[in-house]
Every structure is written in C-alpha cells, then in structure tokens.
Design a protein around this ligand. Structure first.
Ligand SMILES: *Cc1c(COP(=O)(O)O)cnc(C)c1O
Length: 433
C-alpha cells in the first residue's frame, strides 16, 4: 500500500496504522473525530532542519518552527527539546510557548498588527526577536522597551518582490501584500535607517517569507539573492552590519499523489550555495541564517480520524459520505479548496475503486473535506481518515455550530499519549454569561 505519508501502513487485520499504532485501537480509546500525530516523525523533521542548517551554514543557522501550523504546549516542548527556535504570531501563541517553558530568547515574534498589549507582553518576557512589520510598530517597540528598561532585538520584514503562493512564482515590481516593507520604493531602507536613533532597539537583520506549499527551489534562491543584495545596500549606504537573515518557511508537502516535494535538506543546501556565492560576489560576510518551516514539519505527521454516519447517493451526480467532523476541524477546503486524500482505516487493504465526496456535518453546503475521493466501498460505521492533516487543522479549528474541538493524540515508539483533551459541551459554553 502506498500512502501520501511514509509513516502510514497496514497491519495483518487490514487496518491502517500510524507510527505502527492501529488507528482502530485509537478510535476505540479516544473516540472520533480525533487528530493523531506521529511524534517520531515530527522529531525526525525537526532534526532534519536543525542538522541541515548547522551543516550548510557551519553552525551559524537556526530553524524555528512556525507554531501557527500546530501550536500546543506539548508541541512547544518537543521543539525546545530538539533545540530549535519558535516563531509566534500572536499573544496567544506566545503565551502557549511560555507556558511550556519555551526559552524566550529563541522566540521570534511576527505579525502585521501586533497590539500594544502583545508588544508589552513580548518585550516584558524578553522575547529574542521581534519582526518589525511597519514603521508605527518600530516606534511602539522603542517606547515600550524604554518604559520597561530593555533593549529589544529586531529584524525587519521585507517584501522581496517574489510571490510564490502557487506552483509557479512570479517576480513583480511591487507586490501587493499587507506584510512588511517594500524594497523598490526605498521604504525598507528608510525603515532600517530609522533604527539608528532608537535607543531601545537593536538592529539584528532582515526577514522575508514568500509563500507556502512551494515545491520549487528557484523562488527561494532568487529571494536569497535579493536579500543579500539588500544587506550589501544597508552596509554601503547606512554603514550597518546585518547579523541575521531569516528566509521564512513555505516548503511544500504531499497532500495528494501528484504533489512532489523535494527533501528539505536538498533545498537548504541549494539556498546555502546561493547565499555563499552572493556573499563572496558582494564582499559581505554570510549572516546567521534562520528559517521558519511550519507545514513541512507537522502536516505529513498527522491524520484525522472520523466515523462515517451516512452514505447518500444522488443518482448520476455523486455519492456523499458524511463524517462526524468537517469544516470545524478542517476549514482548509472551504477556505481555499485545499486537496486531501483519504483512507478507510478498517478497510485499508482493500482496493480504492469507488469515488465519493466526503462531507462534514456542519450547516454549510461548502462543508466538504474531499471532492472525488478514491475509496473502497463505504458503509455506515466505517472509519475514514483524512491524511496529512497535521498542519493548519487543529490550529485553525473552530467551534462553528458549537461543535467541541477534537482531542489530539501523539504516537511514539508504538505508544499513544493524549496531548490535547477533547472539548466538552461545558467548554463550549464556558465564557457565555
Ligand atoms: C506561515 C508562515 C511560516 C510557515 O509557513 P509554512 O508554509 O507552514 O512552512 C513561516 N514564516 C512566516 C512569516 C509565516 O507567515
């Protein structure tokens, strides 16, 4: 059997396994819907990034997990144990990290509209780096840091003029994005210049992030080139040294058979060659390189387990299979038509020769998980698993229709462990007055 993620298999009973654990056993123990994550695979991915950055940048690199992909206390502790940094984009993510005793100096705080409260919280807790998005924020950071008697390290978010949100990438003169400072207009350079008279801010470097689910190395190389040239410009015209260059995340993963990602370390190698070549050509030193992978660390490690509640055939049109979850636990189809593949965990050894549309239980006709999923003949009570749901599923889940969020279970070394409890109806009403 070939699945999109290599941690999935089929045992003698014909059941789907994840990290060697029978999915039906987990269903029995924890109920459905259920997020299951393979901790061993997550750790392997974290180590791959950590080691590749160390190798290709001679120890002067750091991978930071983009926690928005999957943010829980347990995940933050895994990241800390493996020695990576963490990227957070809100007070809530920062609070989660600090609650897990994540080392603050290895946290990088993002966002295009951080509130004063969030900035005060971050600076007060000695967050390692704040990624400055706009000039108002730069001023706020200086004021808040002064009030707290701190000097805050910052890097600037730059729009490198490369847009790679799709399978192709485009270079535009002026990208239309709410994030960061534009290069071509001189906005970026004057923002960096503005740091010079800010006593409570220390300039560390630059950041960029060109998109997500990218399969091609070229846009990343092109971005590295643009950023290195800007570092040179900053040196020449402002006489400022850039110690850090954060190249963001965005590496693609396999959701469906046709997705063809390259291995992460090959990508890092290719980009490092570009960075080093540019450093030599421009006669500047290679900065510390940071990266922020999110999806590629956790997405392939997770599945969502559902039970089939009804099968509805609409003759000559399609057959709907409805499961006991949907857009509340996975809004990615309804938000942007994301594609997934599915397996029947109790019939994992059977041939997938039927076509179904897998629908959720929410009151929206767009509440679909997969259109035209290939599955064996589906019956009520079957256990349907959507694959590669480890990123942007739990973290994007809602209580729409007042549906309690599912539990999250991690498997490791053949053992399972509950890391997020299933919400109860009590949880759903707990803030109602
Ligand atoms: C979303 C995001 C990431 C992570 O992107 P992935 O596609 O999950 O790897 C990294 N950095 C920034 C600034 C982001 O917004």
């Amino acid at each position: 059997m070939n699945f999109v993620s290599e941690n999935l298999g089929v045992n003698e009973q014909g059941h789907l396994t994840i990290g060697g654990v029978d999915v039906l056993t987990l269903k029995e123990k924890y109920g459905t819907p259920l997020y299951v994550m393979d901790e061993d695979m997550i750790r392997t991915h974290l180590r791959t990034y950590r080691d590749a950055l160390n190798t290709y940048y001679n120890g002067n690199g750091l991978a930071q997990f983009a926690s928005k992909a999957f943010c829980t206390k347990y995940m933050c502790s895994i990241v800390a144990e493996e020695g990576l940094g963490l990227d957070v984009v809100s007070g809530g993510e920062l609070y989660t990290a600090l609650s897990a005793q994540f080392p603050a100096d290895k946290i990088c705080f993002h966002g295009n509209n951080k509130t004063k409260d969030e900035l005060t919280f971050a600076i007060g807790h000695d967050v390692g780096t704040i990624v400055v998005d706009n000039i108002y924020e730069l001023e706020q950071i200086d004021i808040i840091a002064a009030k707290l008697g701190k000097v805050q390290n910052v890097i600037f978010r730059i729009k490198p003029g490369i847009d790679a949100h799709t399978h192709d990438f485009i270079m535009t003169g002026q990208i239309d994005s709410k994030f960061g400072f534009a290069l071509e207009t001189g906005e970026a350079l004057s923002a960096v210049e503005a740091v010079k008279d800010k006593k409570n801010i220390c300039y560390k470097g630059l950041h960029c992030h060109i998109g997500s689910q990218i399969f091609d190395v070229d846009p990343f190389r092109e971005t590295a080139k643009v950023m290195m040239a800007f570092i040179k410009e900053i040196k020449d015209s402002l006489d400022l040294d850039t110690e850090e260059l954060d190249l963001g995340g965005g590496f693609g993963i396999r959701y469906v058979e046709s997705d063809d990602p390259i291995s992460y370390d090959l990508y890092i190698k290719a980009v490092s060659e570009e960075v080093k070549a540019q450093a030599e050509a421009l006669d500047i030193s290679v900065p510390k390189i940071l990266m922020e992978p999110g999806r590629s660390i956790v997405a392939p490690a997770g599945i969502t387990v559902y039970e089939v509640g009804c099968v509805k055939e609409i003759p000559n049109i399609r057959t709907y299979v409805s499961v006991d979850g949907g857009m509340a636990d996975n809004p990615r189809y309804i938000m942007y038509g994301a594609e997934y593949s599915a397996v029947l965990a109790n019939k994992a050894d059977k041939t997938s020769d039927c076509t179904y549309t897998v629908a959720g239980k929410c009151c929206e006709s767009g509440d679909i998980l997969i259109e035209n999923a290939k599955l064996p003949k589906v019956e009520v009570g079957d256990t349907l698993c959507v694959l590669a749901t480890g990123a942007y599923n739990y973290s994007m889940a809602s209580n729409y229709n007042r549906i309690p969020r599912p539990a999250v279970v991690m498997v490791s070394g053949g053992q399972d462990k509950l890391v997020v409890k299933r919400e109860t109806y009590e949880d759903v009403i707990k803030n109602d007055l």
